[in-house]
Design a protein around this ligand. Structure first.
Ligand code: GDP
Length: 298
Protein backbone atom coordinates (compact mmCIF):
# COMPACT_ATOMS: atom_id res chain seq x y z
CA UNK A 1 0.00 0.00 0.00
CA UNK A 2 0.91 3.66 -0.09
CA UNK A 3 3.05 5.21 2.58
CA UNK A 4 1.01 7.78 4.49
CA UNK A 5 2.05 11.40 4.52
CA UNK A 6 2.64 11.24 8.27
CA UNK A 7 5.05 8.34 7.80
CA UNK A 8 6.78 10.04 4.90
CA UNK A 9 7.34 13.23 6.85
CA UNK A 10 8.51 11.52 10.02
CA UNK A 11 11.05 9.65 7.87
CA UNK A 12 12.33 12.90 6.39
CA UNK A 13 12.40 14.91 9.60
CA UNK A 14 13.64 11.98 11.67
CA UNK A 15 16.68 11.82 9.42
CA UNK A 16 17.12 15.60 9.43
CA UNK A 17 16.86 16.30 13.15
CA UNK A 18 19.90 14.10 13.72
CA UNK A 19 22.03 16.50 11.69
CA UNK A 20 21.05 19.60 13.68
CA UNK A 21 19.45 22.79 12.39
CA UNK A 22 17.06 22.44 9.47
CA UNK A 23 17.53 24.42 6.30
CA UNK A 24 15.24 25.67 3.56
CA UNK A 25 16.29 22.76 1.41
CA UNK A 26 15.06 20.41 4.15
CA UNK A 27 11.65 22.08 3.85
CA UNK A 28 11.89 21.60 0.09
CA UNK A 29 12.46 17.89 0.66
CA UNK A 30 9.40 17.74 2.92
CA UNK A 31 7.39 19.48 0.19
CA UNK A 32 8.45 16.80 -2.28
CA UNK A 33 6.96 14.22 0.09
CA UNK A 34 3.73 16.24 0.35
CA UNK A 35 3.60 16.37 -3.43
CA UNK A 36 4.10 12.60 -3.76
CA UNK A 37 1.45 11.85 -1.14
CA UNK A 38 -1.09 14.05 -2.95
CA UNK A 39 -0.31 12.46 -6.31
CA UNK A 40 -0.73 9.01 -4.77
CA UNK A 41 -4.11 10.14 -3.41
CA UNK A 42 -5.07 10.84 -7.04
CA UNK A 43 -5.12 14.63 -6.82
CA UNK A 44 -4.78 16.27 -10.27
CA UNK A 45 -1.30 17.61 -11.04
CA UNK A 46 -2.12 21.34 -11.43
CA UNK A 47 -4.02 21.20 -8.14
CA UNK A 48 -1.05 19.51 -6.46
CA UNK A 49 1.30 22.25 -7.68
CA UNK A 50 -0.85 25.09 -6.32
CA UNK A 51 -1.45 23.22 -3.10
CA UNK A 52 2.24 22.56 -2.43
CA UNK A 53 3.14 26.18 -3.24
CA UNK A 54 0.56 27.42 -0.72
CA UNK A 55 1.68 24.96 1.96
CA UNK A 56 5.32 25.89 1.43
CA UNK A 57 4.51 29.56 1.91
CA UNK A 58 2.67 28.79 5.13
CA UNK A 59 5.51 26.54 6.35
CA UNK A 60 8.04 29.31 5.78
CA UNK A 61 5.71 31.88 7.37
CA UNK A 62 5.30 29.70 10.45
CA UNK A 63 9.01 29.04 10.63
CA UNK A 64 8.94 25.26 10.46
CA UNK A 65 12.75 25.29 10.32
CA UNK A 66 13.02 26.50 13.91
CA UNK A 67 10.25 24.26 15.23
CA UNK A 68 11.05 21.41 17.66
CA UNK A 69 8.59 19.14 15.91
CA UNK A 70 8.82 20.17 12.24
CA UNK A 71 7.17 16.98 10.92
CA UNK A 72 4.06 17.44 13.00
CA UNK A 73 3.97 21.11 12.15
CA UNK A 74 4.05 20.41 8.42
CA UNK A 75 1.35 17.75 8.80
CA UNK A 76 -0.85 20.24 10.62
CA UNK A 77 -0.27 22.90 7.97
CA UNK A 78 -1.12 20.39 5.21
CA UNK A 79 -4.20 19.15 7.08
CA UNK A 80 -5.52 22.65 7.75
CA UNK A 81 -4.94 23.70 4.18
CA UNK A 82 -6.72 20.58 2.90
CA UNK A 83 -9.75 21.36 5.07
CA UNK A 84 -9.69 24.97 3.87
CA UNK A 85 -9.59 24.03 0.18
CA UNK A 86 -12.17 21.26 0.62
CA UNK A 87 -14.70 23.62 2.09
CA UNK A 88 -13.95 25.50 5.23
CA UNK A 89 -13.41 24.55 8.83
CA UNK A 90 -16.98 23.48 9.60
CA UNK A 91 -16.79 21.54 6.36
CA UNK A 92 -20.44 20.59 6.35
CA UNK A 93 -23.08 21.91 3.95
CA UNK A 94 -26.37 20.55 2.70
CA UNK A 95 -29.01 20.89 0.03
CA UNK A 96 -30.40 24.43 -0.01
CA UNK A 97 -34.20 24.53 0.02
CA UNK A 98 -34.49 28.23 0.64
CA UNK A 99 -36.85 29.05 -2.24
CA UNK A 100 -40.54 29.15 -3.05
CA UNK A 101 -41.94 25.60 -3.11
CA UNK A 102 -42.04 23.39 -5.04
CA UNK A 103 -38.22 23.79 -5.03
CA UNK A 104 -36.74 22.17 -8.16
CA UNK A 105 -33.49 20.26 -7.74
CA UNK A 106 -31.74 18.90 -10.82
CA UNK A 107 -29.38 15.93 -10.59
CA UNK A 108 -26.71 15.50 -13.27
CA UNK A 109 -23.83 13.10 -13.79
CA UNK A 110 -22.47 10.23 -15.82
CA UNK A 111 -24.18 6.88 -16.01
CA UNK A 112 -23.07 4.63 -13.19
CA UNK A 113 -21.96 7.50 -10.96
CA UNK A 114 -24.79 6.74 -8.53
CA UNK A 115 -27.11 9.51 -9.71
CA UNK A 116 -30.42 7.67 -9.39
CA UNK A 117 -29.47 6.16 -6.03
CA UNK A 118 -28.40 9.58 -4.73
CA UNK A 119 -31.65 11.13 -6.00
CA UNK A 120 -33.60 8.61 -3.93
CA UNK A 121 -31.30 9.06 -0.92
CA UNK A 122 -31.81 12.84 -0.96
CA UNK A 123 -35.57 12.40 -1.34
CA UNK A 124 -35.63 9.92 1.55
CA UNK A 125 -33.64 12.27 3.76
CA UNK A 126 -35.76 15.33 2.99
CA UNK A 127 -38.92 13.31 3.58
CA UNK A 128 -37.90 11.74 6.87
CA UNK A 129 -35.56 14.25 8.46
CA UNK A 130 -37.04 17.49 7.17
CA UNK A 131 -40.64 16.31 6.83
CA UNK A 132 -40.81 17.62 3.27
CA UNK A 133 -43.22 16.35 0.66
CA UNK A 134 -40.95 15.25 -2.17
CA UNK A 135 -41.68 14.25 -5.76
CA UNK A 136 -39.05 12.50 -7.89
CA UNK A 137 -39.09 12.29 -11.68
CA UNK A 138 -36.73 10.44 -14.02
CA UNK A 139 -35.98 12.31 -17.24
CA UNK A 140 -33.99 9.45 -18.72
CA UNK A 141 -35.95 8.45 -21.80
CA UNK A 142 -33.05 6.68 -23.50
CA UNK A 143 -32.69 3.80 -21.07
CA UNK A 144 -36.19 2.34 -20.66
CA UNK A 145 -35.26 0.78 -17.32
CA UNK A 146 -34.16 4.11 -15.81
CA UNK A 147 -37.64 5.49 -15.10
CA UNK A 148 -38.69 2.13 -13.70
CA UNK A 149 -35.57 2.03 -11.46
CA UNK A 150 -36.49 5.37 -9.87
CA UNK A 151 -40.07 4.20 -9.37
CA UNK A 152 -38.88 1.08 -7.54
CA UNK A 153 -36.48 3.13 -5.39
CA UNK A 154 -39.33 5.53 -4.64
CA UNK A 155 -41.54 2.70 -3.49
CA UNK A 156 -38.78 1.37 -1.24
CA UNK A 157 -38.09 4.82 0.18
CA UNK A 158 -41.71 5.79 0.59
CA UNK A 159 -41.30 8.75 -1.76
CA UNK A 160 -43.65 9.67 -4.63
CA UNK A 161 -42.47 9.41 -8.22
CA UNK A 162 -44.10 11.06 -11.21
CA UNK A 163 -46.25 8.50 -13.10
CA UNK A 164 -44.42 7.32 -16.23
CA UNK A 165 -45.93 8.31 -19.58
CA UNK A 166 -44.13 6.67 -22.49
CA UNK A 167 -42.98 8.84 -25.38
CA UNK A 168 -42.56 12.16 -23.53
CA UNK A 169 -39.42 14.25 -23.97
CA UNK A 170 -37.22 15.09 -20.94
CA UNK A 171 -38.43 18.72 -21.02
CA UNK A 172 -42.07 17.60 -21.15
CA UNK A 173 -41.56 15.25 -18.21
CA UNK A 174 -39.87 18.02 -16.23
CA UNK A 175 -42.72 20.45 -16.95
CA UNK A 176 -45.28 17.81 -15.99
CA UNK A 177 -43.39 17.16 -12.73
CA UNK A 178 -43.42 20.84 -11.77
CA UNK A 179 -47.10 21.24 -12.62
CA UNK A 180 -48.03 18.12 -10.64
CA UNK A 181 -45.94 19.33 -7.71
CA UNK A 182 -47.63 22.74 -7.73
CA UNK A 183 -51.10 21.26 -7.94
CA UNK A 184 -50.48 18.59 -5.32
CA UNK A 185 -48.61 20.74 -2.83
CA UNK A 186 -45.16 19.14 -2.99
CA UNK A 187 -42.30 21.04 -1.32
CA UNK A 188 -39.48 19.68 -3.47
CA UNK A 189 -39.19 18.18 -6.97
CA UNK A 190 -36.04 16.21 -7.74
CA UNK A 191 -35.33 15.77 -11.44
CA UNK A 192 -33.05 12.83 -12.23
CA UNK A 193 -31.61 13.71 -15.65
CA UNK A 194 -30.25 11.11 -18.07
CA UNK A 195 -26.69 9.89 -17.73
CA UNK A 196 -24.33 8.67 -20.40
CA UNK A 197 -21.08 6.77 -20.22
CA UNK A 198 -19.33 9.88 -21.54
CA UNK A 199 -20.36 13.49 -21.86
CA UNK A 200 -21.70 14.25 -25.32
CA UNK A 201 -23.22 17.27 -27.01
CA UNK A 202 -26.73 15.81 -27.19
CA UNK A 203 -26.72 15.17 -23.43
CA UNK A 204 -25.53 18.68 -22.66
CA UNK A 205 -28.20 20.22 -24.90
CA UNK A 206 -30.86 18.09 -23.26
CA UNK A 207 -29.79 19.10 -19.75
CA UNK A 208 -29.52 22.76 -20.76
CA UNK A 209 -33.08 22.66 -22.11
CA UNK A 210 -34.39 21.13 -18.87
CA UNK A 211 -32.52 23.72 -16.85
CA UNK A 212 -33.94 26.59 -18.93
CA UNK A 213 -37.44 25.24 -18.50
CA UNK A 214 -37.33 24.46 -14.78
CA UNK A 215 -34.87 27.02 -13.35
CA UNK A 216 -33.60 24.61 -10.67
CA UNK A 217 -32.61 25.99 -7.28
CA UNK A 218 -29.88 23.37 -6.96
CA UNK A 219 -27.95 21.68 -9.77
CA UNK A 220 -26.17 18.78 -8.13
CA UNK A 221 -23.42 16.84 -9.86
CA UNK A 222 -23.17 13.24 -8.70
CA UNK A 223 -19.56 12.09 -9.03
CA UNK A 224 -17.95 8.77 -8.20
CA UNK A 225 -15.07 9.34 -5.77
CA UNK A 226 -13.32 6.23 -7.10
CA UNK A 227 -12.90 7.62 -10.62
CA UNK A 228 -10.04 9.85 -9.50
CA UNK A 229 -8.85 12.28 -12.12
CA UNK A 230 -11.73 11.61 -14.54
CA UNK A 231 -14.13 13.09 -12.00
CA UNK A 232 -12.36 16.43 -12.38
CA UNK A 233 -12.82 16.56 -16.15
CA UNK A 234 -16.48 15.63 -15.77
CA UNK A 235 -17.07 18.26 -13.06
CA UNK A 236 -15.37 20.96 -15.10
CA UNK A 237 -17.36 20.16 -18.25
CA UNK A 238 -20.68 20.10 -16.42
CA UNK A 239 -19.90 23.28 -14.52
CA UNK A 240 -18.71 25.22 -17.58
CA UNK A 241 -21.75 24.23 -19.58
CA UNK A 242 -24.62 23.87 -17.11
CA UNK A 243 -23.49 25.69 -13.96
CA UNK A 244 -23.42 23.53 -10.84
CA UNK A 245 -24.43 24.56 -7.32
CA UNK A 246 -23.17 21.48 -5.49
CA UNK A 247 -21.44 18.12 -5.74
CA UNK A 248 -22.51 14.82 -4.20
CA UNK A 249 -19.55 12.48 -3.94
CA UNK A 250 -20.48 8.79 -4.08
CA UNK A 251 -18.72 5.58 -3.01
CA UNK A 252 -16.90 7.30 -0.17
CA UNK A 253 -17.30 3.92 1.57
CA UNK A 254 -14.87 2.52 -1.03
CA UNK A 255 -11.11 2.56 -0.72
CA UNK A 256 -10.51 5.72 -2.78
CA UNK A 257 -8.01 8.18 -1.38
CA UNK A 258 -10.23 11.24 -1.72
CA UNK A 259 -8.07 13.09 -4.21
CA UNK A 260 -10.98 13.56 -6.63
CA UNK A 261 -12.83 15.63 -4.05
CA UNK A 262 -9.93 18.03 -3.61
CA UNK A 263 -9.39 18.37 -7.36
CA UNK A 264 -13.06 18.94 -8.16
CA UNK A 265 -13.36 21.60 -5.50
CA UNK A 266 -10.11 23.33 -6.45
CA UNK A 267 -10.81 23.29 -10.19
CA UNK A 268 -14.52 24.27 -10.18
CA UNK A 269 -14.97 26.07 -6.85
CA UNK A 270 -18.32 24.26 -6.53
CA UNK A 271 -19.04 23.22 -2.92
CA UNK A 272 -18.98 19.54 -2.01
CA UNK A 273 -22.30 19.14 -0.24
CA UNK A 274 -23.06 15.47 0.26
CA UNK A 275 -21.32 12.14 0.35
CA UNK A 276 -22.65 8.65 -0.33
CA UNK A 277 -21.41 5.93 1.99
CA UNK A 278 -23.05 2.79 0.65
CA UNK A 279 -25.88 1.37 -1.40
CA UNK A 280 -28.56 1.68 1.27
CA UNK A 281 -31.16 4.45 1.10
CA UNK A 282 -29.94 6.10 4.31
CA UNK A 283 -26.23 5.93 3.42
CA UNK A 284 -25.93 9.65 2.76
CA UNK A 285 -24.24 12.32 4.87
CA UNK A 286 -23.31 15.95 4.56
CA UNK A 287 -19.80 16.34 3.23
CA UNK A 288 -17.17 16.47 5.96
CA UNK A 289 -14.00 18.19 4.82
CA UNK A 290 -12.13 16.95 7.86
CA UNK A 291 -12.78 13.29 7.12
CA UNK A 292 -11.70 13.55 3.50
CA UNK A 293 -8.61 15.55 4.54
CA UNK A 294 -7.60 12.74 6.90
CA UNK A 295 -8.11 10.19 4.18
CA UNK A 296 -5.95 12.14 1.74
CA UNK A 297 -3.23 12.42 4.38
CA UNK A 298 -3.39 8.60 4.78
P1 GDP B 1 -26.61 6.00 -12.16
O1 GDP B 1 -26.43 5.25 -13.45
O2 GDP B 1 -25.65 7.15 -12.05
O3 GDP B 1 -28.02 6.44 -11.90
O4 GDP B 1 -26.16 5.01 -11.00
P2 GDP B 1 -27.04 4.19 -9.95
O5 GDP B 1 -27.70 5.09 -9.01
O6 GDP B 1 -27.88 3.19 -10.68
O7 GDP B 1 -25.87 3.45 -9.13
C1 GDP B 1 -25.01 2.49 -9.70
C2 GDP B 1 -24.59 1.52 -8.62
O8 GDP B 1 -23.80 2.19 -7.64
C3 GDP B 1 -25.76 0.91 -7.86
O9 GDP B 1 -25.49 -0.45 -7.67
C4 GDP B 1 -25.76 1.66 -6.53
O10 GDP B 1 -26.28 0.90 -5.48
C5 GDP B 1 -24.28 1.94 -6.35
N1 GDP B 1 -24.01 3.10 -5.48
C6 GDP B 1 -24.51 4.36 -5.58
N2 GDP B 1 -24.01 5.17 -4.63
C7 GDP B 1 -23.17 4.42 -3.87
C8 GDP B 1 -22.32 4.69 -2.71
O11 GDP B 1 -22.24 5.81 -2.16
N3 GDP B 1 -21.60 3.62 -2.25
C9 GDP B 1 -21.67 2.39 -2.83
N4 GDP B 1 -20.93 1.40 -2.30
N5 GDP B 1 -22.43 2.11 -3.91
C10 GDP B 1 -23.17 3.11 -4.43
Amino acid sequence: MFESLSDRLSDVFGRLTKKGALTDSDVAEAMREVRLALLEADVALPVVKDFVAAVKEKAIGQDVVRSVTPGQMVIKIVHDHLVEVLGGADGATDIDLNAVPPVPIMMVGLQGSGKTTTTAKIAYRLTNRDKKKVLMASLDVRRPAAQEQLKVLGEQAGVATLPIIAGQSPVDIAKRALTAARLQGFDVVILDTAGRLHIDEALMQEIEAVKRETNPHEVMLVADSLTGQDAVTVAKQFHDRIGLTGIALTRVDGDGRGGAALSMRAVTGVPLKLMGLGEKIDALEVFHADRIANRILG
